[in-house]
Write a new protein. Sequence first.
Lengths: 170, 324
Amino acid sequence: MIRVVTLDPFDDKQLAKFNRTLYTAFGVGSEHSGSAEVPAGMSEPLDAEKLLEEVKGIRAYKDDKVLLLTSRKLKDRDLPSGKAPTSGFARYGKDRAVLSIAPFKDLEKDFKPIARHALHQLGTLWELHHCLDPRCSMYPPWTPSFNQGDHIFCTFCREKSEQKIRLAKS
Amino acid sequence: MPEGSAALQLQVGDRVVYPNQGVCRVAAIDVKEVAGQSLTFVTMRREEDGAVVMVPQGKIISIGVRKVASPSDVEEIYSFLRSDSDKADLDWKQRARTNLDRMTQGGILGLAEVVKGLQVLSELRPLPTKERELYDNARHLLVSEVAAALGTAEANAEDSIDIVLFPPGKERPKRTAAEFARPGGDEDDMDLDGDLMGLEGGELDLPSDEEPQAESESEEESSEEGAEEEGGEESSEDAPKKRGRPPKAKPAEGEGGEPAAPKKRGRPPKPKPEGVAAEGAEPAAPKKRGRPPKARPPEGAAPAEPAAPKKRGRPPKAKPAEDE
């Protein structure tokens, strides 16, 4: 089950459409599971890794994947090989991801690139690595062509995600 | 021999890399008796899923178990991935063999070579399924080892690798097969691309009975021309006979005649009736289809009475004669 938790107010109709897209992509149920508060003391741009650890009040079952949706900016990460542009972050194989729609206008106008980023973060939760196919949502998200693509997976990534979902314990 | 395994002294709690399996932690080193022999076993637990493997201590080096790479090794990996030196072999068999060796015995640099090589190859053409799986396995092992070496999350380790492989703001270049050519020019003939090992379509020497049907049809059409040519060929019997269709005679350029129109395919047109066009008479009316009209009586004759319409049904019975 995919649970979308909002950290900022969003339109319900757009959220319903967003959940339908996630359901279509992964074949598992997706719903808006309420909202949560950004921890006190965190200012914009938000530290994505810290945010995932410190957000409280999210109820989910084992094997549920939680996607935190925010309209605030996320801080770029400093990595040993350079600075990684960060519009979202997910821990590989874990259960929480965060996605910011700050680089885009809003959920309605830029629905396709936002959905593509969401698929990318949720794919990371289901242990998908970055893909070589520019059409796939698992292609590195900082490439210029990423936002132009559709919210789909390539055959390899789709099959791998389906296999991971089938093997889930619950 | 794998990197760093020459003097491998393991202790409980050490992190090691098992080839093709990933990062493991040494859980125990104990002596067990197997078939009357006492052997020292190293028990390793894979960090990813907790799978346990026991290896005799004497086989640790030959299997290729090694310690996790250091941060300085990871820096070397980044500089290797940043360079544009590695080109994959276009021969799939050679490539598969090399990649297998790199995966098992190449250390972290071997994993990086597999990832880089297949990534560069994917810029030329999409990877086949098996190589796509190999790429995913190599990437997974590389990411988990880099994460273990740097003590960071796997997502960060993967992004740090991909920032080098896919620099932000840049699209991947399109490669050409020429870039993959070896400098010595000793390309393998098994690749069979280009002109199919030098056999060009026009020079393919087929036996006469395997000539295409269309060719034989056009040959029939030009039988008249061929009759003259045959005479010419007979005169030059000394020359070695060429197999296949003889070349068509070209019209002499000195005659000044117009070049022959290209032959139309299909059924030849029906011959026109002679003299029609020459006399200048009107063209014959096109034949009407259907039943021909009845012949009309001549205009001078009296119009005959119209015949009584035939009665339908059974003919009337003949009346008996009244005289009887």
